[in-house]
Write a protein that binds this ligand. Structure first.
Ligand code: TXA
Ligand code: MG
Length: 355
């Protein structure tokens, strides 16, 4: 057991003294959780194999699922990657810093453990003052997966991090709740056309606008378990984002029919004596009768639904519900990222209602 220290930082204007305390821990091989614009990351020196190993241990993360390397200077890409295609540079210019991770061929400088022995490396430049100044002051690229225990929803507050990792890491920089609420979009640029491996904070539409042609990996938005023989993104084959309660997702284009089916399912589980929860939207929340009803946000502003997603899933656990029935959302904008997380969290227990 370690003692985990929590230090408050102003997300807009972090004090350099606080950042330096954290940077020294990183330089000495320690573990620091910090806020980004997406979710909190658990950072270590990406070039220190021992530190990276300790990060996997603290998270109980399988060694075959590599973290993302965070940089504060675009030029560092050329140190970490062997080849940087034109299309990657286009995305870096247009969208960095921001919620976008690029998968590129790795250079020899990156230790094997940091990339789980793969020939590629995932890199991003976060858009957050605390993250950027921490990387800057540490003077090393920072490997950081989301700062949750493996299999739990990603943390969007320092409290979430503390709940999962208290006593397992050295420091948490508490910069308040994160702005976006789901993780970065992961795009593979070692293939042509580039392929989205994980939808996230940067929308698919935005990528298409910049690059023209972009593919969505079938597993990135699958509505059933797809057999990924050679998972190009190792995260695809791990169960993710799971609350403790069982989750069922109800999808359909008619909102009225979806609401009706959600309520039917809730009634069945309530009859079995289960404590029930509904993950609803602003437009529908008042129509449900269940033990707990939570509102993700408005269907008209899918961005708000992303921000509320992991908070709601964790709250359902705190409320001790046995079963969550969630409404599906449109597969556009940030809705794509939210639906990817919900489908995975359901273990693909998806009910489709016809119009
Ligand atoms: O927004 C985010 O991306 C957050 C913050 C902290 O930056 N980080 C994050 O990290 O979500 P993590 O480790 O939870 O997710 C990283 C994802 C995993 O699905 C992993 O499999 C994938 O990136 N990944 C890492 N290296 C890869 C590689 N070389 N090729 C393909 N996928 C890779
Ligand atoms: Mg994660």
């Amino acid at each position: 057991m370690k003692r985990t220290v929590v230090l408050k930082v102003n997300p807009m204007k972090p004090r350099i003294e606080t950042i330096r305390v954290a940077a020294r821990i990183i330089q000495n091989g320690g573990l620091v959780a910090f806020p980004t614009e997406t979710v909190y990351g658990l950072g270590v020196d990406a070039l220190n194999p021992k530190a990276v190993k300790n990060m996997f241990k603290a998270k109980k993360r399988p060694l075959d699922n590599p973290p993302i390397i965070h940089i504060a200077d675009k030029n560092d890409v050329y140190m970490l990657a062997k080849r940087v295609p034109k299309k990657a540079e286009k995305l870096m210019d247009a969208l960095w810093p921001g919620p976008l991770t690029l998968v590129l061929k790795r250079s020899k400088i990156v230790p094997d453990i940091t990339v789980s022995g793969l020939g590629t490396v995932a890199i991003r430049m976060p858009k957050h003052k605390v993250a950027l100044s921490l990387i800057w002051e540490s003077k090393v690229p920072i490997a950081a997966p989301s700062a949750n225990l493996a299999g739990r929803p990603s943390p969007t507050t320092a409290e979430h991090v503390l709940k999962d990792l208290d006593g397992r890491i050295d420091l948490i920089l508490d910069g308040g709740p994160t702005r976006i609420g789901v993780e970065s979009t992961v795009v593979d640029l070692t293939v042509n056309p580039p392929q989205v491996l994980r939808p996230g904070g940067t929308t698919y539409e935005r990528l298409v606008k910049i690059l023209g042609e972009v593919q969505l990996h079938p597993a990135a938005i699958a509505d059933r378990r797809v057999r990924v023989l050679q998972a190009r993104s190792p995260g695809m084959k791990h169960r993710h984002y799971a609350p403790r309660a069982k989750l069922i997702l109800v999808e359909g284009t008619s909102i009225d029919k979806v609401v009706e089916r959600v309520q039917e399912l809730i009634n069945e589980f309530a009859d079995e004596g289960k404590k029930t929860g509904v993950l609803a939207t602003e437009e529908t929340a008042k129509r449900y009768k269940a033990d707990v009803v939570k509102t993700l946000g408005s269907r008209k502003r899918l961005r708000t639904t992303a921000k509320g997603l992991f908070v709601c899933l964790r709250e359902f656990d705190d409320d001790g519900v046995d079963i969550i029935v969630a409404e599906g959302l449109p597969l556009k904008g940030l809705g794509l990222a939210v639906m990817n997380r919900l489908r995975k969290a359901s273990g693909y227990k998806i009910v489709k209602v016809e119009d």
